[in-house]
Design a protein around this ligand. Structure first.
Ligand code: HEM
Length: 230
C-alpha cells in the first residue's frame, strides 16, 4: 500500500530529491552516542542549511502519507525509507526490499552530523565510520549522486555512470561546463586509493554496484531505527 501511494507521487524527475531525503534523515546517526538515524526527524529539521531544498520532497510524500494514514498509520521513517527505494527503482536502479516498523522521533536530532561537502576522503571515511558505515559503503552510497544534476550521466537514470565519470576526472578539463561536474566530496573519493579500488570495481560492474548499493541502503535505513514491537 505504501509503495502504491509513493508510486503515484514520485516521478523520475522527483526521485533525486526523495532519495536525498533518506540520507538526510538517516545520516544523523552516531553509533557512539546511540542517537539520531532513520526516525523521521527530518520533518523538524527542514530549516537547517544542509537540508535546503528538502521541503519539496517532504511535501510530495505528505500527500502519499496522508492516503496511507487514512487506512493504517505509517511513520515518517518507514515512509521515507520505502520512498527512497521506490525512487531508485523508478529510475531503473535495483529493487530494494525495505522492512517496516520504524518509530518516529518527536524531536529534531542533534545538529552537525551530516558530512560537509568540503570534507576530504579521510574526513568522509571518518564521518561514515561514526555511523557504522565502511569505506566500501561510503563509495557505494555516494553512487546515489548519479541521480540529480551534478553531471554524472542521465540525471533521472540510476546506473553506474557516477563511477565512470569520476574515473575520467572531467573537472580537470577547462572544456565547457566540465568544471562544474561533481561535488568536492565526489572528487575527493578518486584521490583516495582505498576508495579508488571500489570506484574502479563499480565502474566496471554495474551489477556489483547494484548489489552493494542495495545492501548499504538497507543498512542506512535501519541506522539508529527504533522498532515497533509486534
Ligand atoms: C558522502 C557524503 C555526501 C555529501 C557531502 C553530499 C552532499 C550533497 C550535496 C551538497 C548535494 C546538493 C547538490 C546540488 O544540487 O547542488 C547533494 C545532492 C544529492 N545527494 Fe548527496 N551527499 C552525500 C552523500 C549522499 C548519500 C549517501 C545519498 C543517498 C544515499 C545522497 C543522495 C543525494 C542525491 C540523490 C542528490 C541529488 C538531489 C537532487 O538533485 O535533488 N547523497 N548531496
Amino acid at each position: 500500500m505504501i509503495k502504491e501511494e509513493v508510486r503515484k507521487v514520485v516521478s523520475k524527475a522527483k526521485a533525486a530529491g526523495v532519495l536525498r531525503l533518506v540520507f538526510h534523515d538517516a545520516g544523523t546517526f552516531e553509533m557512539g552516542e546511540n542517537s539520531g538515524g532513520m526516525n523521521g526527524s527530518i520533518v523538524y529539521e527542514l530549516e537547517r542549511p544542509e537540508n535546503a531544498g528538502l521541503k519539496k520532497p517532504v511535501k510530495i510524500l505528505e500527500k502519499a502519507k496522508g492516503e496511507v494514514d487514512a487506512r493504517r498509520p505509517v511513520s515518517w521513517a518507514d515512509m521515507i525509507a520505502v520512498a527512497g527505494a521506490e525512487a531508485v527503482s523508478v529510475c531503473e536502479g535495483p529493487i530494494i526490499p525495505v522492512v517496516l516498523g520504524r518509530l518516529d522521533s518527536m524531536k529534531p536530532d542533534p545538529e552537525g552530523r551530516l558530512p560537509e561537502e568540503t570534507l576530504d576522503a579521510f574526513g568522509l571515511k571518518k564521518c561514515f565510520q561514526r555511523k557504522g558505515l565502511s569505506t566500501q559503503e561510503l563509495v557505494a552510497l555516494s553512487g546515489a549522486h548519479t541521480l540529480g544534476s551534478k553531471g554524472f550521466g542521465n540525471p533521472v537514470v540510476f546506473d553506474n555512470s557516477y563511477y565512470k565519470v569520476l574515473l575520467e576526472k572531467p573537472w580537470m578539463s577547462s572544456a565547457g561546463m566540465s568544471g562544474m561536474i561533481g561535488l568536492p566530496s565526489d572528487r575527493a573519493l578518486v584521490e583516495d586509493d582505498q576508495c579508488l579500488r571500489w570506484i574502479e570495481k563499480y565502474a566496471n560492474d554495474q551489477n556489483l554496484f547494484f548489489k552493494d548499493f542495495k545492501n548499504a541502503y538497507v543498512k542506512l535505513v535501519n541506522s539508529g531505527a527504533r522498532w515497533r514491537s509486534l
